[in-house]
Design a protein around this ligand. Sequence first.
Ligand code: ZN
Length: 215
Amino acid sequence: MSAMPDAGTLDARPFAEPAGAGVSAGRHTVGPNAIIQTRAALDQIAGAGARQAILAAAGLASLSERDPDGMVEADIVNALNGEIAARLDAATAAAVMERAGALTGDYILANRIPGAAKRLLALLPAPLARRMLIRAIAGNAWTFAGQAQIDTGADFIAINANPLCLGRSGFSSCIWHVAVFRRLFTALVDPAMTIHETECVGHGGEACRFGIVKA
Ligand SMILES: [Zn+2]
């Protein structure tokens, strides 16, 4: 048995307790999908050559073909996302982050949410299902926000001092969070749900706050 939890990023098992704390030696750690799915999105949108060059530039050549062994430090994810911003044009970089988020959402839906929970969410009225999914995501925030404090309400999730936000360096990496949440809420609550980042650490906010509302 490994002591390392087998964690997908944003491991939203609605009824499971968090399996570990998202912190190692005082630093934020997050689930490996923040590398694995971003790498896949690079392949799909920018091509294998660009993926190899970007991972090498980020100092992550060893992860170009091989998956991380377990949780990864947020700094590593930020290095990868920073090179995506630096080496791709803005529209392509945004498309990669959005695809990476959608792929992460697909992974969570396929592997991390039990069928019984999916069936329950489908039966509940949408506002109740939304609240339940928000709570489940907050309970698993250690997989995508490390030890950051999470605040939630009926229609938002906020990540205080979001460790995966590159906004201060000029790149809206939170496109990734929006895409993950959109995938989950449109699949599990209502296809008409929309996600908007209404406050961002990268733009002077204290938290990255994601509004979750029906369009
Ligand atoms: Zn943000």
